[in-house]
Write a protein that binds this ligand. Structure first.
Ligand code: ATP
Length: 259
């Protein structure tokens, strides 16, 4: 179970004075930029939660907090009842986190990259081999398993990063824009992969800008706008808001209401 309550995170404001005068953001005050101001959501075992929001809304910052890469300034977050602020190491062991900026080791092959992370997590060799075989099959990566990461395409790299994220069989999975750079067929493989976590009863959160992915996969949705959760509920509940039963209209309605 993942539970996030009233999270907040601010950064020192770096915007040039002149630009700030022209484009004042409500999240800026006293030299601080409040990237995340009040975000709450939960995701239970067997649920997939979609995190939506305009560019710069605070999705990545929220997910980085949840993965323990960033410490929140306020609010709380629990992973299976483990307080991520009080006990970040134990929380981190349970999480598989795909960040948009995680690089691969270019000189290692796709398979070696994934195996390396399995070893870092202390996996036994036989189990690691079994797990890698299964992941490369499930994500359709056999054709380039032995290619150097440097020589992989963007989509191949992304799949490799995803395999690496979950190699240690985490109890919760957090994916930041996982379908970025994937072609239609690869995105389909990945969406099936995400759906498989429902059956495993492992909570999975992913951020996306693609509403059809939300439609296909998500049980729950959290829309973040300007650092605040502007909607929390089921896909069916979100659909009701737009007046046309269309997720696109509902999303626009939520954002417009907040602005
Ligand atoms: N380390 C940082 N220092 C200063 N500002 C930051 C930092 N990290 C994020 N921000 C700012 O916080 C805001 C939220 O960024 P974040 O990456 O969380 O948005 P996002 O919702 O993931 O956006 P996108 O959909 O474009 O990926 C942005 O305005 C960003 O510039």
């Amino acid at each position: 179970m993942i539970e996030v309550k009233h999270l907040a995170k601010r950064f020192a404001a770096t915007v040039h004075k002149e630009r700030r005068a022209r484009q004042r953001d409500v999240r800026e005050s006293d030299g601080w930029f409040h990237a995340v101001r009040d975000v709450s959501f939960s995701c239970a075992p067997g649920e997939v939660l979609g995190l939506l929001g305009p560019n710069g809304a605070g999705k990545t910052t929220t997910l980085r907090i949840l993965s323990t890469a960033l410490r929140p300034d306020a609010g709380s977050a629990f992973i299976d009842d483990i307080d991520i602020v009080a006990d970040p190491i134990r929380a981190r062991q349970r999480v598989g986190f795909l960040s948009g900026s995680t690089g691969l080791y270019g000189r290692l092959s796709a398979r070696e990259n994934v195996e390396y992370f399995g070893r870092l997590h202390g996996m036994a060799p036989a189990r690691l081999k079994q797990r890698c075989d299964a992941l490369f099959e499930q994500l359709d990566m056999h054709a380039y398993a032995h290619k150097r990461a440097d020589d992989l395409s963007t989509g191949m790299k992304q799949k490799c990063a995803i395999a690496r994220t979950v190699v240690h069989e985490p109890q919760v999975v957090i994916l930041d824009e996982p379908t970025t750079g994937l072609d239609v067929m690869s995105a389909r493989v990945l969406l099936e992969f995400i759906a498989s976590y429902k059956a495993l009863r492992i909570p999975l959160i992913f951020s996306t800008h693609h509403l059809h992915e939300v439609e296909k996969l998500c049980d729950r949705v959290c829309i973040i706008n300007r650092g605040r959760s502007a909607f929390n509920g089921s896909v069916a509940e979100l659909r009701e808001l737009g007046g046309s039963h269309d997720l696109y209209d509902a999303f626009v309605h939520v954002i417009k209401q907040e602005n």
